[in-house]
Design a protein around this ligand. Structure first.
Ligand code: 5GP
Ligand code: ZN
Length: 135
């Protein structure tokens, strides 16, 4: 537990850009954001994964409430955001101190449209190259 990055951030021995804290959780900006808004909601208690939270524990509901408040504060509650847990290595978890991601800021719809247009252009080019090579 002494080697846990998030325990160190919570204890204040490692720096982080905190946006919220109460007696149960601390929320801070992700060090390598995957989007313009990427904040982690982390319980003060060292719990390794979502699987280790006892059934009926109100902690997860509290983390969701904090995520909702953060989304409001960041101005993305209405436009939309993602709230998720990565669970174990197969689920992409890298830091084994329970945390939820609050991610927003890229309009995925527009991103997919741009990717579709780019793919159509590439497909057109490839098709015309193949046509040119035919005898
Ligand atoms: P996971 O993949 O475990 O769900 O997510 C761990 C997250 O923690 C990653 O998005 C990673 O960028 C972030 N992270 C790792 N080390 C640090 C750190 O020292 N400080 C902060 N603020 N975030 C970190
Ligand atoms: Zn920890």
């Amino acid at each position: 537990m002494n080697d846990c990055i998030f325990c160190k951030i919570i204890a204040g021995t490692l720096p982080a850009r905190k946006v919220y804290e109460d007696d149960q959780v601390v929320a801070f900006w992700d060090a390598r954001p995957a989007a313009p808004i990427h904040i982690l909601v982390v319980p003060r208690q060292h719990i390794p994964t979502l699987n280790d939270v006892p059934e009926g524990d109100p902690l997860i509901a509290h983390m969701a409430e904090v995520a909702r408040k953060i989304a409001r504060d960041q101005g993305v509650a209405e436009s939309g955001y993602r709230f998720f847990f990565n669970v174990n290595r197969g689920g992409g978890q890298v830091v084994f101190h329970l945390h939820a991601h609050v991610v927003a800021g890229w309009n995925l719809g527009v991103l997919f449209i741009h990717m579709g247009v780019a793919l159509a252009i590439i497909w057109n080019r490839v098709a015309s190259l193949v046509r040119l090579r035919r005898p």
